[in-house]
Design a binder for this molecule. Structure first.
Ligand code: CO
Ligand code: CO
Ligand code: CO
Length: 307
């Protein structure tokens, strides 16, 4: 076992021999959007993401399904189709799965990937001098809460769905090729929570420029209305003590920084020189890569927030 539970990393890694290690991960959740196909795509993209966050490639996935017996089977077909579509795009194969009856539908994948044992990208190996790159905008959790309250236009919903169903494959492969030092994907703990985890396990401090952080615009309007998922409050309560605020962060933005993400982007820690190349390469594929901060020697706080 090369990576296990101890470092709060994204997936477990098991070494087969000197050239091969297996990455294993599982993720599933309840529907976040009404369209079954799109929900399947999002859940699969989210589950596949942990393999990319570790610098791996996707080999195979199994479906995990909970489904009510009295619900239209066409819904389930749509979900599975969406999931299979994303596994195919990832270059992997779907090899069956398992389903049980449940009152509320749930869907996700158990994913097997592969990585060279010397090239595993953990979340615990950020180095002072690195820069921090983020590959997707945040604010998804707030928008999903807004969708439930019917406070989001269909265009805004579509934009959020596009972000959630975008595979982290391209940035993952490019950062592996250049030799990133550390990476995690941004999910339930939000940008600041996952940044904290990475800084703590790497024994460094992150300086994050909150004015650089990309977020989906409707999240600002919704946060100002108080449309904030419970997870954002939990994240703030838990992680706030690790964070030093050098300036007063606007309240709506603070909510967005702690907002739990569904199928968020990668947060990559990489040397400045390689990081600039990585940023250009990702952007040249039409994808997002924004430098949001830098890594320094460990000080009293895990994160210093400034503008
Ligand atoms: Co993860
Ligand atoms: Co995960
Ligand atoms: Co079974």
């Amino acid at each position: 076992m090369l990576v296990g539970l101890d470092t709060s990393d994204d997936a477990a890694v098991y070494k087969i021999d000197n050239d091969k290690a297996i990455i294993h991960t599982i993720d599933f959740f309840t529907p976040v959007v009404n369209d079954p196909f799109l929900f399947g795509q999002i859940a699969a993209t989210n589950a596949l993401s942990d393999v990319y966050a570790m610098g791996g490639e996707v080999l195979m996935a199994l479906n995990i399904v909970c489904f009510p017996s009295d619900m239209d089977m066409e819904v389930l077909k749509g979900i599975l189709k969406g999931g299979a579509d994303k596994v195919r795009e990832a270059g992997g194969i779907i090899a069956g799965g398992h389903s049980i009856e449940d009152r509320e539908p749930k869907y996700g994948l158990s994913v097997m990937g592969m990585v060279h044992p010397d090239k595993i990208i953990k979340n615990s190996s950020a180095v002072p001098g690195d820069i921090l790159l983020l590959t997707k905008p945040i604010g998804i959790g707030i928008i999903l809460t807004g969708i439930k309250g019917e406070l989001v236009s269909s265009d805004e919903e579509r934009e959020a769905i596009n972000v959630m169903s975008e595979l982290n494959k391209i940035p993952g492969e490019l950062m592996k090729g250049l030799g990133a030092n550390a990476c995690t994907d941004i999910t339930g703990f939000g940008l600041l929570g996952h940044s904290c985890e990475m800084a703590i396990s790497s024994e460094v401090t992150f300086i994050i420029d909150y004015s650089k952080i990309p977020y989906l615009k409707p999240a600002e309007r919704l946060a100002k209305m108080g449309i904030i998922p419970a997870g954002a409050y939990r994240n703030r309560k838990y992680f706030k003590n690790f964070i030093r605020y050098l300036e007063i962060v606007p309240e709506f933005l603070e909510d967005i920084l702690y907002d739990p993400q569904t199928s968020g982007g990668l947060l990559i820690s990489i040397s400045e020189e390689k990081g600039k190349i990585l940023q250009e390469k990702i952007q040249s594929k039409g994808l997002m890569a924004i430098i949001i901060g830098e890594v320094i020697e460990k000080c009293e706080y895990s994160i210093i927030l400034k503008k």
